[in-house]
Design a protein around this ligand. Structure first.
Ligand SMILES: *[C@@H]1O[C@H](CO)[C@@H](O)[C@H](O)[C@H]1NC(C)=O
Ligand SMILES: *[C@@H]1O[C@H](CO)[C@@H](O)[C@H](O)[C@H]1NC(C)=O
Ligand SMILES: *[C@@H]1O[C@H](CO)[C@@H](O)[C@H](O)[C@H]1NC(C)=O
Ligand SMILES: *[C@@H]1O[C@H](CO)[C@@H](O)[C@H](O)[C@H]1NC(C)=O
Ligand SMILES: *[C@@H]1O[C@H](CO)[C@@H](O)[C@H](O)[C@H]1NC(C)=O
Ligand SMILES: *[C@@H]1O[C@H](CO)[C@@H](O)[C@H](O)[C@H]1NC(C)=O
Length: 331
């Protein structure tokens, strides 16, 4: 009996190793790993409770008003600091910015703000919860687009940016609105980290983030594709949160890792890894957790990344973690 159990176990393990090898040797693994979209956004789990309501002044159905085809819509680049914070020389000065896009109709004089952000804040999108009754770390990591009337000039202008970057027709705006609805319905999980092989210009990107600034870049690209012309008089810098690692290894989805006894050791390791990070209510606490993550990562040179609802092992290497504020030109 003992022997039979052992052989079943070995076959499973061999099969698993074979799958991993197959993926790499065959050169099938595409970098960066494509962000996986869903057919329809599922509801959020009742366990996930937002401290601040998502999109409080937006339309409850996410409707975007229809503009007349001949209208001229001004487009604004909006940016404001979420938090500026200096922590010794370890990670330098954090420059964590939030990005949005503004629109103003010349026919009606009304204006609008559009942004994409976490339903349950940044901390919840970056670190999971430990729950007594559930083996796998529990993620509250959905993000979504929010469209609401009004641009709060002071909020954006005072410590950030409010700059007109172009114009589009009402017709182009209506097409953009339809694209936003589809994008919002299919791209639903927030990804904080960009994972790269090193900070150099020739580095390989293993994973792309999926956050507020990526939404803004996608939207600008879509506008350009629709024929709108946008340009900025100033340098357009954005926040990126980087991890640096050697080639990542695929570990499995939640069910595989946390549902099979053969994966017990890995499951325990992943839980232990995420255990060190506190529940996070504010960006300040998030940054403190990031510093904890930094220490753990430097010590163990290991990071368990959760991407597309699957886990990957990252063999971490210097400089491990970086927050940059770097230029991404408009299309
Ligand atoms: C993060 O998620 C937990 C669990 O649902 C929730 O209690 C907390 O309010 C969330 N934090 C924020 C800032 O929304
Ligand atoms: C995006 O999806 C969220 C979550 O379902 C919803 O609250 C929001 O109104 C949607 N936004 C747009 C612009 O469709
Ligand atoms: C948006 O509309 C408000 C209210 O009419 C106005 O105060 C503000 O200046 C407008 N902002 C832009 C960027 O058009
Ligand atoms: C701008 O920064 C100053 C100083 O840090 C702060 O007191 C003020 O509240 C900020 N304004 C806005 C609109 O965030
Ligand atoms: C980047 O790669 C190209 C082509 O392989 C090479 O010619 C160039 O010197 C590299 N640049 C750096 C900064 O390593
Ligand atoms: C903006 O990005 C450029 C290039 O990525 C960098 O040299 C510059 O220092 C950045 N500006 C700020 C204010 O950080």
């Amino acid at each position: 009996m003992k022997r039979r159990e052992f052989s079943v176990y070995s076959v499973l393990q061999l099969w698993f190793l074979f799958l991993i090898e197959f993926q790499n040797i065959d050169g099938k693994q595409v970098w960066p790993v494509p962000y996986r979209r869903v057919d329809r956004r599922p509801g959020t789990d009742p366990y996930c409770q937002a401290l601040y309501p998502f999109c409080p002044t937006g339309d409850p159905e996410g409707c975007i008003p229809h503009m007349s085809d001949k209208d001229v819509i001004s487009v604004f680049r909006l940016q404001t600091p979420v938090w500026e914070f200096k922590y010794g020389d370890l990670l330098g000065k954090f420059h964590v910015m939030h990005d949005a896009i503004g629109f103003a109709s010349s026919e009606t004089g009304r204006n609008y703000t559009m942004e994409w952000y976490e339903l349950f804040q940044l901390g919840n999108c970056t670190f999971p919860h430990e729950r007594k009754d559930i083996a796998a770390p529990f993620w509250c990591n959905q993000g979504a687009a929010c469209f609401f009337e009004e641009i709060d000039d002071i909020h954006w202008k005072q410590n950030g940016t409010l700059e007109k970057v172009g114009e589009m027709s009402g017709e182009q705006f209506n097409s953009l609105a339809q694209w936003v609805q589809e994008d919002n319905e299919t791209g639903i999980y927030y990804e904080t980290w960009t994972v790269r092989s090193d900070p150099g210009t020739n580095s390989t990107t293993w994973f792309e983030s999926y956050d507020c600034s990526q939404f803004v870049h996608r939207t600008y690209r879509k506008m350009a594709e629709l024929g709108a012309k946008i340009s900025s008089k100033t340098q357009t810098n954005y926040t990126k949160i980087y991890l640096y690692s050697g080639e990542p290894t695929y570990l499995g989805d939640e069910e595989t890792i946390f549902g099979q006894s053969s994966m017990k050791a890995l499951a325990v390791d992943i839980r232990k890894f995420y255990h060190s990070f506190q529940p996070h209510q504010s960006v300040f606490q998030f940054l403190l957790s990031l510093i904890e993550a930094y220490k753990t990562v430097v010590l163990k040179e290991t990071f368990y990344l959760f991407y597309n609802s699957e886990y990957w092992h990252l063999p971490m290497k210097p400089p491990y973690i970086q927050i940059t504020y770097e230029e991404v030109p408009l299309p």
